[in-house]
Design a protein around this ligand. Structure first.
Ligand code: SF4
Length: 413
């Protein structure tokens, strides 16, 4: 768990301080505003992981003038996705466990940030599975800080909390919002002069049907979720083969991203002499550390993993890029590979035939590598109409050729 203080909270100056779980969505903004009206100081706490970013929260906390702490929960969230205690939502989103974990972490940080309690923007009945009364109770149970979780928007529908009992917050000035109808929230937004209404909970890849399907396949194929694999399946067309995983770029940008994400042991395949996609092949026997994009910390839109890779491109939800997003995928090894791919496609670098019996020939003959070769030709408009076409295999700094005839890929068309 990595903690990043975007705007460091200073010494506590008021009678009460709340550590507010802040997504940047309207509900969490309103929860903070309601508490501020009661002279409670706000320290915003947001999370990021490989599946969602913190860009929106960073920007909005800045606009609201709230101190902000970002916690990276990538490894913890992967464990939860693999093994949720309370199951999944519609897709691969284990929201009850995930919220429970966030509140638990917030509870662990109370002392560090001199906060008296945790506040959230949750609304009873707003989400059928994760925000009904029972689910909110489970979240509190998982968090281990019973009585210290205040939900200002629905507080009067819920049991009294310790900050209310202690008089830090006046329960009568908290609200009793219920359900999905957001009229009350929109009225409040107007009252507080909030001009934009960020979408609630947007941006978590685990709720995206396409990504969730791929991640499920990945869990089945690999038996677990490796961080490097997760990065790879965020991009392009994904194929799971018995002996390897293939990801094929759909445009120049995805080609560059694949080049940036590819790990030391990945095999890259592209069209030789004509423009076309770049594919990465990750053999099933690859080790997690060599399998590229090993994420030690951080998340997509808000950050960069320690290998300097930008995770932001696949964010489905809203949220502009922030200064935290600016690490470039086009530096270092990735940029070099992308350049090499362009030169191969332009014909400046010509792949060589691997020597019979060599290690390279063995790699080139593997089913999954041949399939990647056929796929890049299939998806290249310029290559697929030819009688014969070549794919280039890039592995360990060598570039060698895989030759095909139209009969080989015509079934793919
Ligand atoms: S939507 Fe994603 S980030 Fe939000 S609680 Fe659910 S799993 Fe966690």
């Amino acid at each position: 768990m990595e903690i990043l203080e975007i705007k460091k909270p200073g010494e506590k100056r008021k009678k009460a301080r709340a550590l507010l779980l802040f997504s940047g969505g309207l509900d969490s903004i309103l929860a903070g505003k309601l508490l501020e009206e009661q002279d409670v100081e706000i320290v915003a706490l947001t999370f990021r992981s490989q599946f969602f970013g913190a860009g929106q929260a960073v920007r909005l906390a800045g606009e609201l003038g709230w101190p902000l702490v970002v916690v990276d929960i990538s490894p913890e969230q992967i464990e939860i996705v693999e093994n949720p205690r309370y199951g999944y939502g519609r897709q691969l989103n284990p929201c009850i466990d995930c919220h429970g974990q966030m509140v638990r972490i917030a509870g662990q940080l109370l002392e560090r940030y001199q906060a008296d309690f945790v506040a959230t923007g949750e609304v009873v009945g707003e989400r059928p599975k994760s925000q009904n009364r029972q689910a909110l109770g489970l979240v509190e149970k998982l968090s281990g800080i019973k009585g210290l979780v205040l939900r200002p928007l629905s507080a009067r529908l819920l049991p009294e909390t310790i900050p209310e009992e202690r008089g830090l917050v006046d329960r009568n000035r908290l609200l009793d919002i219920f359900g999905r109808y957001r009229k009350k929230q929109l009225e409040l937004a107007e009252r507080y002069g909030l001009k934009e209404y960020p979408t609630p909970a947007g941006g978590c890849l685990l709720t995206d049907p396409g990504f969730a399907a791929r991640a499920r396949q990945l869990m089945k194929w690999r038996g677990k979720l490796w961080p490097g694999d997760i990065e790879l399946i965020k991009t392009g067309r994904v194929f799971f083969e018995p002996d390897g995983l293939i990801v094929v770029g759909r445009d120049e940008q995805e080609n560059e991203k694949i080049a940036a994400i590819a790990g030391a042991t990945d095999i890259l395949v592209t069209t030789a002499g004509v423009k076309g996609p770049l594919a990465a092949v990750r053999l099933k026997e690859a080790s997690p550390l060599a399998a590229g994009g090993v994420v030690e910390s951080s998340s997509h839109d808000a950050g960069v993993n320690r290998a300097g890779k930008d995770w932001s491109g696949s964010l489905p939800g809203p949220g502009p890029r922030t200064p935290l997003d600016d690490a470039s995928a086009s530096t270092g090894r990735g940029a070099e590979l992308a350049r090499m791919v362009r030169q191969i496609q332009e014909g400046t670098i010509r792949p060589e035939k691997p020597e019979t019996g060599s290690f390279e020939a063995e790699i080139a003959s593997r089913g999954v590598v041949r399939k990647a070769g056929l796929l890049v030709i299939r998806y290249s408009r310029r290559a697929r109409d030819k009688e014969r076409a070549s794919a280039a295999v890039i592995h360990r700094g060598l570039v060698y050729e895989l030759e095909f005839q139209q009969a080989d890929w015509k079934d793919y068309l």
